[in-house]
Design a protein around this ligand. Sequence first.
Ligand code: UD1
Ligand code: CA
Length: 461
Amino acid sequence: MNISIIMAAGEGTRMKSKLPKVLHKVCGKSILEYVINASKGADVEKNIVIVGHGGDMVKEYFKEESIIFKTQPIGEDTPYGTGYAVMQAIDHIDDNSTVAILSGDTPLITKETISKLMEYHNKNGFQATILTTILEDATGYGRIIREENQEVLKIVEHKDATEEEKQIKEMNSGIYCFNGKLLKYALSKINNNNAQNEYYITDVIGILKDEGYKVGAYISEDSNEIHGVNSRVQLSFSEKIMKDRINENHMINGVTIIDPSNTYIEDTVKIGRDTIIYPGVSLEGNTEIGEDCIIRNNSRIVNSVIESNVTIESSTIEDSKVGEYTQIGPYAHLRPNSNIGKNIKIGNFVEVKNSTIKDNTKAGHLAYIGDADVGHDVNIGCGVVFVNYNGREKFRTTVGDNSFIGSNSNLVAPVQVEAWGYVAAGSTIVEEVPEGALSIARAAQVNKEGWVEKKGYKKSF
Ligand code: UD1
Ligand code: CA
């Protein structure tokens, strides 16, 4: 059986945050989520996460996920260190298992690399294998000490290293593979006699080597993958690499991204072929975009479904649905639960909330459509307001098919405009507009002839 132990109990002091480090997000997903997914993707059956600092928040965040949590006791007098973290999982380690130890703070690790590490470990008959990489500057990391014959001897932490050892460029990624029985055995032998008074998982390597077991290292070519997040600067580095990976994937799958360095697409988003994404666009959450769409500059789309052939310009769309061939923006705002049909136009400065709008309807300029059910082929003039709120409660408005709502009208909910109802510009509608009727609800116009001259404002015409 394959087991993984993911260490995520550390405080993450350098993040300077109320949030546990592993819950900070990279491209919309928590750091730890990437590690768990990579582990599961590498066919690991049993995934154990060691939590400690902020452990309740971490457990709550992953309550739906099938993982085993073990809590590392945290306190002034309790032991600390990566070795102590792994000890918490000891009851779950079967003797004949292959155990991958992963760091909860390395979001860029891939399932392929974990699989390759396990394969290398098993194929070569190692009892312990370290994932390493070569870094020009390995400051801060543990260094891999090799014997003259190049076999791995041990790992030395930066803080415990001699000047000579600090020159070594092969670094410890913090990711390992072990034989279950020997891992348990070596864990019982580690101590905290080191510069940090911590129990180091890294010491397990030297212990096994000393006792004649076969210890190896798998050198990863991509050093980005093992980049850990200890600070917000490192968080932004992970964000950049992850963003590039996501954007590259979409481009490979047939999406045009005009300026990838300026386009933010979260890991959860799906996009159809031949869609074109302009700079400054942010696509978030469970957003799905169809084929042949054009998403122009500075649009933000969150948890929404956009069907094919839609054009969106400089607009915000949240938790909504947009049908085929519809045009949105510039500067429109679809607030949650807006269900916009096909071939619709939602133009400049139009806000829609909790409303359904059927096919071919147009609201071209400066309108608020809130809590409404609008039919097909309706024209909503400039400046129309759906007055949905009386200060205490909200009410709905219904506008039937083929209606025409003249500019600068108010529809005071609850109210209904029946099919083919016409509302004259500037009306405040508080009662039903019957089918096919024209409603004029404004003061009748009075023209006072010669008024200006009588007042003496202007002498002659
Ligand atoms: C560790 C390695 C170092 C390696 C580096 C790679 C040790 C002693 N050192 O150092 O050789 O080069 O990773 O990134 O292992 N954690 C716990 N409980 C603890 C302490 C830490 O769960 O008591 C967790 C942290 O939350 C983190 C992971 O273990 O996810 C690594 O701990 P961290 O303190 O970041 O180790 P490094 O100093 O980076
Ligand atoms: Ca680290």
